[in-house]
Design a binder for this molecule. Structure first.
Ligand code: ATP
Length: 262
């Protein structure tokens, strides 16, 4: 598998605060790669630097053999990098159809609109049923499917997903993840960031663990699942304080969805 994306020694942040420090990751053609980490680790910041929404202060980015450090965000979409952002960010007052068309704004994607739309409906049949519905009236899971569908309308070579399971029930996470697997099988490489580590490792080929803006561990999904650090930090059942009167509950936190990437 040849290398599609390389982010090498990236430093980036906001104002005077450095968030990413010497961050290096790669995605090869056809790979599904996850980046896991706690709140505030820098996952979303990584997607912003990769898509050109935030400049890298140091380091370099290469996509499909070309340096893209100074390529603006809209050109990166044209080159084949599309993002389904955290929180979906669908346009609530536009219909499903209008939201999807916005994803194929670039001239190259626009030429293939009809064909791409049909491909997106194959992955997300529900979107075809809801074409004239206002996006804001859809459920969280349907909005997530729309956000991914909109990104696919750009005909990306690399699909970047920021927390696709956020706020979704386990059953819906399985649906969304099955769609991601289907997308990968159609030849789209995927980089996704997640807090739902169990679900993420069930579909990823490889993954990175991010903490305080640095990669602290990388490996195949099986290696990460077997890592004591990953097990203790992310996979062990947590005791959650549900009821201040009754004390701690020993219920497992939600989000234990599992999808097979067979
Ligand atoms: P989460 O899962 O909570 O979104 P994350 O791993 O995606 O976490 P980031 O959103 O990348 O983390 O945030 C990393 C750090 O950057 C945090 O300390 C956050 O407060 C800070 N940060 C994020 N966005 C901005 C911004 N627009 N301006 C200033 N600081 C920011």
């Amino acid at each position: 598998m040849s290398e599609l994306l390389s982010m090498a020694h990236i430093r980036a942040g906001y104002g005077e605060s450095t968030v990413l420090q010497d961050l290096s990751i790669t995605v090869r053609e056809g790979e599904v790669v996850c980046m896991i980490g706690a709140n505030g680790a820098g996952k979303t910041t990584t997607t912003r630097v990769l898509t050109g929404l935030l400049p890298a202060w140091a380091g370099h980015l290469t996509f499909a053999g070309e340096r893209i450090d100074h390529v603006p965000a809209h050109r990166r979409v044209d080159m084949g990098i599309a993002l389904a952002p955290e929180g979906r960010q669908v346009f609530p007052n536009l219909t499903v159809h209008e939201n999807l068309l916005l994803g194929s704004y670039s001239p190259s994607a626009r030429r293939h609109r009809a064909r791409t739309l049909a491909e997106v409906f194959e992955i997300f049949p529900k979107l075809e049923d809801r074409l004239t519905q206002k996006a804001g009236l859809m459920s969280g899971g349907e909005q997530q499917m729309l956000a991914i569908g909109r990104a696919l309308m750009a005909r990306p070579r690399l699909l970047v997903l920021d927390e696709p399971s956020l706020g979704l029930a386990p059953k819906i996470i399985v649906d969304v993840y099955q769609a991601v697997v289907k997308t990968a099988k159609q030849g789209v490489s995927i980089l996704f960031v997640e807090q739902n580590v169990h679900a993420a490792l069930s579909i990823a080929h490889r993954g990175y663990v991010l903490a305080n803006g640095q990669i602290t561990l990388e490996g195949t999904a099986a290696e990460l699942r077997g890592s004591r650090m990953v097990q203790e930090s992310f996979l062990a059942p947590r005791r959650t304080r549900r009821d201040p009167v009754a004390g701690e509950s020993d219920q497992r936190e939600p989000g234990g969805a599992h999808v097979d990437n067979a």
